[in-house]
Design a protein around this ligand. Structure first.
Ligand SMILES: NC(=O)c1ccc[n+]([C@@H]2O[C@H](COP(=O)([O-])OP(=O)(O)OC[C@H]3O[C@@H](n4cnc5c(N)ncnc54)[C@H](O)[C@@H]3O)[C@@H](O)[C@H]2O)c1
Length: 401
């Protein structure tokens, strides 16, 4: 199949591009590399030394003999994205290309506006490009489990059967997102569902949990293929952050009581889930929703697992409960369904000892690149404006922000 990977230079997009290419698909990456600019804005960098986009695809060509084409450009630029879709005529579009950090969207008004503008308008352009140039193309869109929030009932995969005043219907599962970023994903989901309804488009919304890890069988094949590993407070996800904190002897920063439960998955499962969705497309007119995670953990459980794994590697890690910068439930019920990707053949990697050891080993290997100044949270959900080290303007300001 010919697959466009939008956001193919990012944390999930790069290993997915390699995985799909390795599986025999023709891959075209589309990216404006704004994530690399955001590193400059936040005065930080990936823990791992990532090479630039051109070197990455050159290295892949050398080790695999496969070519990945790259289109540099912005999804907000209709001329650009419509031209790319028209020229390549993809069978599937995998859409990762969004601003994906909740804390980034909570810095201040401009970062909130940037996030929703970038994500919602970019996604709308993709929908219109499909409708106009490749109406049979299957859209595989990355959503997030954070769209659902933490309701006091089981979370279903996208839809719930409701009985109300004696009548029944299957309706979209209620959404209670916890940041301006998560809200942008909810807006995207509604727009995609609407496009499926009115145009007969086919789409899969992958409500992904928190991804951890960095290595896949393809990224290991050459140092130039290494994936990014975000560890600072804005883009770093919780397990990656705990591992680098342990590696530099910083206490593991559990926000508040630490009873926050979320769904998690290994990056190797992310790439496989995308492959499964691409190779088993939704029906025309169908807005299909999969919950894409493999295990649930509370923040406390993760911290305790990292302490234990560090002990096995011969060093001590300790936990510090710090004031929670986010507005969220710190103790709650959580039980989310996740059967649809398993039914398609996903065989999960579980966060057993060896996985945690390998994560910690990466943190130890690149310990010298860790900047301790970007570890503690500086973005507060209650503030609504920038402070301290966070720069005042988003990486790609537009005149309207
Ligand atoms: N990383 C996670 O734990 C996680 C969890 C749930 C969902 N997701 C979703 O998966 C997707 C990918 O996440 P990630 O961690 O790889 O993020 P990332 O920031 O590493 O990658 C996103 C990529 O998209 C590009 N991009 C952003 N806006 C663009 C635009 N307007 N035009 C062209 N390119 C643009 C960026 O340059 C970057 O390379 C996101 O949609 C995110 O919401 C990620």
């Amino acid at each position: 199949m010919k697959v466009l990977v939008l956001g193919g230079d990012g944390y999930c997009g790069w290993p997915t591009s390699l995985h799909l290419s390795d599986a025999g698909h023709e891959v075209v990456i589309v990216d404006n590399c704004v994530r690399r600019q955001i590193d400059h804005e936040l005065a930080t960098q990936s823990l791992t030394p990532i090479t630039d986009m051109k070197q990455r695809v050159k290295a892949w060509q050398e080790v695999s003999g496969q070519t990945i084409a790259v289109e540099f450009g912005d999804l907000l630029d209709w001329e650009f994205i419509s031209d790319v879709v028209r020229r390549h005529q993809p069978d599937a579009i995998v859409h990762f290309a969004e601003q994906r950090a909740a804390p980034y969207s909570m810095i201040d008004r401009r970062h909130a506006v940037y996030t929703q503008h970038n994500n919602v308008v970019g996604n709308l352009n993709v929908l219109f490009a499909i409708q106009e140039f490749v109406p049979e193309c299957h859209l595989v869109k990355l959503g997030t489990m954070g769209e659902y929030g933490q309701p006091n009932i089981d979370i279903e995969e996208g839809y719930i059967e409701i009985e109300h005043n004696g009548r029944k219907d299957v309706l979209p599962y209620p959404k209670q997102p916890g940041s301006w970023y998560h809200l942008s994903k909810v807006h995207d989901s509604h727009n995609i569902a609407f496009a499926c309804r009115i145009w007969g488009m086919r789409a899969t919304d992958l409500n992904q949990g928190v991804v951890y890890g960095t290595v896949t069988p393809q990224t290991e094949r050459d140092p130039r293929l290494i994936n990014r590993f975000d560890y600072e407070e804005v883009f770093g996800t919780v397990l990656n952050r705990f591992c680098i904190q342990a590696a530099i002897g910083h206490p593991l920063t559990v926000y508040g009581k630490g009873g926050q439960i979320r769904g998690f998955l290994d990056i190797r499962d992310t790439v496989r889930c995308i492959e499964l969705a691409v190779e088993n497309p939704a029906e025309f007119g169908e807005f299909r929703v999969f919950n894409q995670f493999t295990e649930e953990f509370s923040v406390n459980q993760l911290a305790e697992m990292v302490v234990e794994a560090a002990g096995k590697l011969g060093f001590e890690a300790r936990i510090d409960n710090i004031p929670n910068p986010r507005v969220e439930k710190e103790e709650h019920y959580y039980n989310a369904k996740r059967t649809k990707l398993l039914d398609l053949g996903l065989q999960p990697h579980y966060l057993g000892d060896s996985l945690l050891d390998s994560l910690l080993n990466i943190a130890l290997e690149y310990r010298d690149r860790i900047d301790p100044d970007v570890v503690m949270p500086s973005v507060d959900w209650r503030e609504g404006r920038a402070k301290q080290r966070v720069h005042k303007a988003p990486a790609q300001p537009s005149a309207s922000l």
